[in-house]
Design a protein around this ligand. Sequence first.
Ligand code: 13P
Ligand code: SF4
Length: 322
Amino acid sequence: MTTPYDIQAEVASLSTEELLSRVQVLKKEMNALILAHYYTLPEIQQVADIVGDSLALARAAEKNSADVIVFAGVYFMAETAKIINPGKLVLMPDPGAGCPLADSCPEDEFRAFRAEHPDAIAITYINSTAAIKALSDITCTSSNAEHIIRQIPPEQKIIFGPDRNLGGWLMKKLNREMLLWQGFCYVHDAFSEVYMIQASAMYPSAELIAHPECREEVLRHASFVGSTAALLDYTVKSPSKSFIVATEPGILYEMERRSPGKLFIPAPKDPANPRSVCKQMKQNSLDKLYLAMLNRSPEITVDANLREEALKPIRRMLEMSA
Ligand code: 13P
Ligand code: SF4
């Protein structure tokens, strides 16, 4: 009899090429759609049907004819896909891949924060749990947050969370006060001004580009600030030949693929540790992805009542950013 342990051991011995080809076969058999965030490993991006930022992946989860969605990202992303598609089997290679930013906003504390400001609406970043979405009026991503907030009357008070850096950047850009939850992404928050200045001095012709989850002291040195997809698009269109990229370095795979002649330098966290990496995104290994498809597990589930409430702000986001 073959045990799960035997299968795991067999899978661990397979080459990357063999795993890639087995995943392709299973994908057809299962009518599965593999979604992967830009921060995942190169081999995961290679096997995915759609590689995108949070907004592109939420849209792909909304519009597809697959029976099964395999989500290589972090937990809130797969959970969002399940909220949008309750009837589909949603799998994750490793459901232990959480997002510390999302986890920095506990439900009880956020409810209390809302209660302190009863006249404010809550716009929350998609990097949040289903419970926080259920307590929110509108969800947003770093791609559409500015566009969504511009549609809210200026006199309307806004609670924005959980990322204080994205919130601060939006406040500055839109010249508008918001009540910010004080969460942050440990990957983006790790970049600091002093190392950005050093990197720019070392590569004087390179453009510094940054994700809005970085601190203000970093963003103020960037020639372009945008979501992962916006940064990618910028590097394709810009005449510059080199870029210092202040975001998770997984995106460099697609940047290099789209602009083979250009140089992409991961922004340094500090000289001893040049890359600031999202450990959770890298938990999506190819063998775990293959096993998840083979076993049709681990499956992501969301309680029906919670799902109904969490879907409302996601729908509003998709309508407002159509
Ligand atoms: P975007 O995908 O919206 O760029 O967000 C980056 C991120 O940190 C995802 O977890
Ligand atoms: Fe969360 Fe930051 Fe990792 Fe994105 S990069 S999943 S925000 S910890």
